[in-house]
Design a protein around this ligand. Structure first.
Ligand code: COA
Ligand code: AMP
Length: 636
């Protein structure tokens, strides 16, 4: 029997009592004055008045009981390296780096950008910032210089922590030239950079600005330099994580210290069913929210061992690497995006690699980041023989809105649904007129305010954009920008985004941002980017271009240039490889591009001729252009 309903009801009956109880699992330097202050911030603030430190709770607090337990296991098939850091070692490394960062002039409240590959130094950097109250902002390595520059201009960091390179299968990604270019493009110029030189490819340091990480660390260690944990308000920001919005300007999601710790700690036992001392692996990247919450903060807050994996599900070296890591490190739970399993399934459809490994410690597989297709879930269930749990969340929330909480006792699985709302989330379905819809009817998925601890209190220095993006459309509710329905049993079904965000290999991308880049091509008169179905990545972007009159160059040349522009400006992670020239774009009579209908045509779905369409013949033209690329074309 699952305790879920009882626990959810306990939260509904007394939300503040529920979170106050959960907060006992955290060490506070000074207790909060109010569990929830409804008058503070944009919709209230959690644990107002409390004084705490996240790095203290992740590391120092565990030392009496776990000094010699591995805190972090680094497994890097791309460099053939494996390293373990005990809690004591990780605390010491973090304290020394925190001292170095302070010596570079960084103080509580200053921002530090972290642009790093999946190496232990990235985790150490995040925790070092947390230790001294510097607000970190990690930028994913697959983003281009322009995206990094945008984040530098918004966060205005005093310091950038980076490394010479990242390693992608078959190529080395030199990070330092991207960083130099980003700083050249940005208005705000960070005064200092600390660069970790990876032996595989070292970078040129800029005299006066760049410092060698290892040299600074060695000097600090020799001098016995280590920073103490700085007491912080529970409501002080821990980090800013930029995520795609509907324009080229990403949203700076703010995370606080107190509520974040309470929610993540609660989630480890109750959602993931993990006990302190067990090994937990989130196969994501520290550049994404999953990496923040479940590679770094939650497992360490819980006293578990976290795995930092620098590799891919396939090709490093083969489709058995996930099972090798699970067996070798005795992983109890794995959390990844379904796309990783689609990649494995494609290479090893019969799951033959699985039999080569001892997976006896492995209990549960968790999926999130994109819709989990039933095929992939069932493949994993069949071959691994463990429960496969889909759960739904967003960068904004920092932890699951809906899940099947195995720690409370799993509920029956319904394929296609990430199951039920977690305590703290009162999820409703509203229509455009803000009326609540009955079970089974699709509408906007919203969460009744206040959001629970751990969710964003605002956007970085932009309360107005926070209100406008999330609170304005449905007063009293947080708009998730996902659409879906809730069934008779209270299971949530997340079907689509209501904005222009697409989900490519579990990565969240804005088609609007891609359109902004393409529109800058001198031969492009107008364009539309849509996400089309892809059997591996879930969705991939496709761009439709209308060229200026009189352009005589070959269309294929312009299409290649546009593809290169998106890669150079947004980054390889956009996976933008399809640009198609068309004569005209389908529009409504008021001039709105019919992107939804174009997507249906591209995906071979049935569509209704929009009543407001200006010229129906254009849809035929789009279908023909897609068919010429081998893409399905449906007719109504
Ligand atoms: N630094 C630099 N480049 C990066 C990068 C990084 N950290 N991460 C990805 N890229 C590049 C890739 O090399 C690829 O470049 P290419 O166009 O030259 O091939 C491009 O960005 C697209 O990357 P990705 O979408 O990851 O596709 P892929 O084909 O390399 O791998 C998967 C496909 C499914 C194996 C991969 O996406 C994966 O492992 N996904 C796991 C899910 C995940 O991490 N989700 C995050 C949220 S939970
Ligand atoms: P991100 O902020 O990158 O985590 O992306 C969040 C978005 O990914 C959500 O708003 C959803 O659109 C989608 N998403 C994440 N998890 C799921 C899931 N389990 N099922 C369906 N969609 C999901």
């Amino acid at each position: 029997m699952s305790r879920y309903h009882e626990v959810y009801r306990a939260w509904q009956t007394d939300p503040e009592g529920f979170w106050a109880e959960a907060a006992r699992e955290i060490d506070w330097f000074e207790p909060w004055q109010k569990v929830f202050d409804p008058y503070a911030g944009q919709y209230g603030r959690w644990f107002a008045g409390g004084i705490c430190n996240t790095a203290y709770n992740c590391l120092d607090r565990h030392l009496p009981a776990r000094a010699d337990q591995p805190a972090l296991i680094y497994d890097s098939p791309v460099t053939e390296t494996k390293e373990k850091y005990t809690y004591a070692q990780l605390r010491d490394e973090v304290a020394v780096l925190a001292g170095v960062i302070q010596d570079l002039g960084v103080r509580k409240g200053d921002r530090v950008i972290i642009y790093m590959p999946m190496i232990p130094e990235a985790v150490i950097a995040m925790l070092a910032c947390a230790r001294i109250g510097a607000i970190h902002s990690v930028v994913f390595g697959g983003f281009a210089a322009k995206e990094l520059a945008t984040r530098i201009d918004d966060a205005k960091p005093k310091l950038v922590l980076s490394a010479s390179c990242g390693i992608e299968p078959g190529r080395i990604v030199a990070y330092k030239p991207l960083l130099d270019e980003a700083i050249a493009q940005a208005q705000h110029k960070p005064q200092q950079c600390l660069i970790y030189q990876r032996p595989i490819e070292e970078a040129q340091l800029v005299p006066g600005r760049d410092h060698d990480w290892s040299e600074r660390l060695a000097a600090a260690k020799a001098a016995g330099r280590a920073a103490e944990c700085v007491p912080l308000a529970a409501t002080d920001p821990l980090y800013i994580l930029y995520t795609s919005g509907t324009t080229g300007q990403p949203k700076g999601v703010v995370r606080d210290n107190g509520g974040h710790m309470v929610a993540l700690k609660w989630s480890m036992r109750n959602i993931y069913g993990i006990e302190p001392g067990e090994v937990y692996w989130a196969a994501s990247d520290v550049g994404w929210v999953v990496g923040h919450s479940y590679i770094v903060y939650a497992p360490l807050l819980h006293g578990a061992t976290t795995v930092l994996f620098e590799g891919k599900p396939v090709g490093t070296p083969d489709a058995g690497v996930f099972w090798r890591v699970i067996a070798e490190h005795k992983v109890a739970a794995l959390f990844t995006a379904p796309t990783a399993f689609r990649a494995i399934k494609k290479e090893d459809p019969e799951g033959q690699f699985i039999g080569n490994y001892d997976l006896s410690h492995f209990r549960t597989l968790f999926f999130a980041g994109e819709r989990a297709d039933p095929d992939t879930i069932q493949w994993a269930e069949r071959h691994l023989g463990v429960p496969v749990i889909d759960h739904w969340w967003q960068t904004e929330t920092g932890w699951a809105i809906a899940a099947n909480p195995v720690g409370l006792g799993a509920l029956p699985v319904k394929y296609g649904s990430p199951s039920v709302p977690m305590p703290g989330y009162d999820v409703r379905i509203l229509d455009e007129g803000q009326k609540e819809l009955p079970a089974g009817e699709t509408g906007a998925i919203v969460v009744k305010l206040p959001l629970p601890p751990g969710c964003l209190p605002t956007l970085w220095q932009n309360d107005a954009r926070f209100r406008e993006s999330y609170l304005a459309e449905f007063p009293g509710y947080y708009k998730t920008a996902d659409a879906g329905y809730i069934d008779e049993d209270g299971y949530i079904y997340v079907m689509a985004r209501t904005d222009d965000i697409i989900n490519v290999a579990g990565h969240r991308l804005s088609t609007g941002a891609m359109e902004e880049v393409i529109a800058e091509h001198k031969d492009v008169a107008e364009c539309a980017v849509i996400g089309i179905a892809d059997s591996l990545k879930g969705q991939v972007p496709a761009g439709f271009l209308v060229l200026n009159a009189g352009v005589a160059r070959p269309e294929s040349e312009i299409e290649s240039e546009v593809v290169a522009m998106v890669r150079a400006r947004i980054g390889p992670v956009a996976a933008f490889k399809t640009a198609i020239t068309v004569k005209r774009l389908p529009k409504t009579r008021s001039g709105k591009i019919l992107r939804g209908t174009m997507r249906k045509i591209a995906d071979g779905e049935d569509y209704k001729m929009p009543a407001t369409i200006d010229d129906p013949a254009i849809l035929e033209e789009i279908a023909e252009a897609l068919a010429a690329r081998g893409l399905p074309a449906a007719r109504s």
